[in-house]
Design a protein around this ligand. Structure first.
Ligand code: DC
Length: 230
């Protein structure tokens, strides 16, 4: 039972680089205030991994754009993740390979445009949406925007801890891979990763996830976007 109630239709944008803790914090915040979480990274992961499986170039606009349209007809995106033809494929989309492919297709403007409408449509009833361009492009009118950061070493350490059960990789290799991903996400022409001018920046390098959530709750309460439920 959540202690807080969100105002009707509240949208909250959480952006930040890989490993900044967006997903963890979004879920914890959602439990506190009773809003659904929509993870937009899954959409790019789906496009990237299905394109890989079908041998479609990850770096050429037109075949990708056509294919995204047909993919949108087959898939369903909900708070429980992504289903294709009724099968929940979310777990398979969490792999490093899918993340890498996602970062490449995410640089294609036609792919981003085709995914934009779906994201806005699902956000309408209120949600916490996490990604890279939520506060800047997808929901520029969101009344609360957070931009999460953490040092590259700390972000890599978090990912590495998750990876150890998945075949392993050295911490330095994860740092190098994250640097490449950051560069691709921040330097792309269309909707790059950057903080919205009105976003609140939280550096989580030395914070626990629940401390980050407490800060967010403080902001939401001060803005009267949540009220204590009795
Ligand atoms: O958050 P994630 O690791 O699941 O995201 C995977 C990739 O998708 C990431 O490298 C950048 C891209 N992405 C994006 O460009 N825009 C979003 N709103 C979400 C993810």
């Amino acid at each position: 039972m959540s202690e807080w109630r969100a105002v009707n239709g509240l949208t909250i944008a959480i952006d930040g680089p890989s490993g900044s803790g967006k997903g963890t914090v979004a879920k914890m915040l959602a439990e506190e205030i009773g809003l659904p979480v929509l993870d937009t990274g899954l959409l790019y992961r789906l496009v990237g991994s299905v394109a890989l499986a079908r041998n479609i170039s990850l770096e050429t606009e037109s075949p990708l754009a056509e294919f995204v349209e047909s993919l949108l007809d087959m898939m369903e995106w909900t708070v429980d993740g992504i289903c294709i033809n009724g099968d929940n494929v979310t777990d398979t989309l969490r792999s490093e390979q899918a993340g890498e492919a996602a970062s490449k297709v995410a640089a294609m403007s036609t792919v981003r445009e085709k995914l934009l409408g779906l994201q806005r449509q699902l956000a309408q009833k209120g949600c916490i949406m996490d990604g890279r361009d939520i506060g800047t492009v997808v929901l520029p009118e969101a009344p609360a925007k957070f931009f999460l950061t953490a040092s590259i070493r700390e972000r890599a350490r978090r990912r590495w801890a998750q990876l150890k059960n998945r075949g392993g990789s050295s911490l330095d290799a994860v740092v190098a891979e994250l640097k490449m991903r950051d560069q691709r996400d921040m330097e792309r022409h269309h909707a790059p990763l950057k903080q919205a001018a009105d976003a609140i920046v939280i550096d989580s390098t030395t914070l626990r996830a629940d401390d980050v959530v407490d800060r967010m709750l403080g902001v939401l309460e001060r803005r009267k976007l949540i009220t204590a439920s009795v």
